[in-house]
Ligand binder design. Structure first.
Ligand code: CUA
Length: 339
């Protein structure tokens, strides 16, 4: 995708967000919080510095010429002496830009190689991220955890370095995983496994987007990376590993849910629901948002989503199940219990 198309997409995404229900702050790329993002930040600063220097030289010369050689009343109207060709000047304005381009490409190549070839320690946390139209499937194969849209990773510190290695895949079309404060963009391409690594230094929530146009809800394919302290991460992982809650008081609601077509697409661990087409719901309520970061995960929003997902995220692959009010109550009651 060329840069003008990307810019148009970005403007469109921004406008779509502004018109939509929720507005998210844009992550600050100039505040990197992980090693891969540091490399990109350093390259950007080098490029900006060189470009600023060129701008100052060219702009300064231009300004000087405009002022110094401006038309004056006392000028006679004769044309000034015309100069054709100067080997010295031409060599200078060919050689200097070539040197600048060489410096920039070498520095970029070095940063790319450093990030891409970084050897991951054997204890790196391994996560598989699968892009779907329009949500993110997140699997921790070694921990037996499956979740969606909100990627939990441990904080890395000098005393206790923690690396997360992401395997990036796609279930349908090309997507791109981009959380600007943690790393660069890496595409998720059908049939190919790409990778990316993170070592975030600060705990908190990092916002990201799908950065490759992937269809009508591309702008609402939002990512949250939640960086936990090592202890909090252990706690989160332990809770996610457990089977979905099975409150005996909600037996009727659970039976209703399991009798519906929901289970063809969604998994709830420990039940007959084992679909993999949609997000895993085993610990749905541990996530802070619904619809891939579009709306906060509140009881009200959950109900509105189950009632008619198309009204909230038009074109998404979850159909309106046409539940009657009683079924809707039961399904929402059950889902709300999946902590
Ligand atoms: Cu996925 Cu754009």
């Amino acid at each position: 995708m060329n840069s003008s198309v990307r810019l148009a997409c970005l403007l469109f995404a921004t406008a779509a967000l502004a018109l939509g229900q929720s507005v998210y702050p844009i992550a600050n790329m100039f505040k990197p919080e992980a090693t891969p993002a540091d490399s990109i930040y350093n390259i950007s600063m080098l490029m900006l510095a060189i470009c600023a220097a060129i701008f100052l030289v060219v702009g300064g010369l231009l300004l000087f010429t405009i002022v110094r050689f401006r038309g004056r009343k006392t000028d006679n109207s004769r044309e000034p002496v015309q100069v054709y060709g100067s080997n010295r000047i031409e060599i200078a304005w060919t050689v200097i830009p070539v040197l600048i381009v060489i410096v920039l490409s070498m520095a970029t190549a070095r940063a790319v190689v450093e990030v891409q070839n970084k050897r991951m320690p054997p204890d790196a946390l391994k996560v598989t991220v699968v892009g779907h139209q329009w949500w993110w499937e997140i699997r921790y194969p070694e921990l037996g955890i499956v979740t969606a849209n909100e990627l939990h990773v441990p904080q890395s510190s000098v005393a206790k370095p923690a690396h997360t290695l992401l395997k990036l895949q796609s279930a349908d079309v090309a997507h791109s995983f981009w959380v600007g404060q943690l790393s660069g963009k890496v595409d998720l391409i059908p049939g190919i496994t790409n990778s990316m690594w993170l070592d975030p230094r600060q705990t908190g929530i990092y916002l990201g987007n799908c950065a490759e146009y992937c269809g009508t809800q591309h702008a609402n394919m939002l990512i949250r990376v939640i960086v936990d302290s090592p202890a909090d991460f252990e706690k989160w992982a332990a809770a996610q590993k457990m089977n979905a809650s099975a409150d005996p008081q909600l037996e009727a609601a659970r039976s209703k849910f399991l009798s519906l077509n929901c289970i063809n697409c969604h998994t709830v661990s420990g039940t007959a629901a084992a679909g993999t087409f949609g997000p895993d719901l085993s610990h749905l309520m541990s996530r802070t948002t619904l619809a891939s970061g579009m709306i906060p995960n509140t009881a009200e929003n959950l109900r509105a989503w189950v009632k008619d997902p198309q009204a909230i995220k038009h074109g998404n692959l979850m159909p309106n199940m046409q539940l009657n009010p009683r079924e809707l109550d039961e399904v929402v009651t059950y889902l709300a219990s999946l902590k």
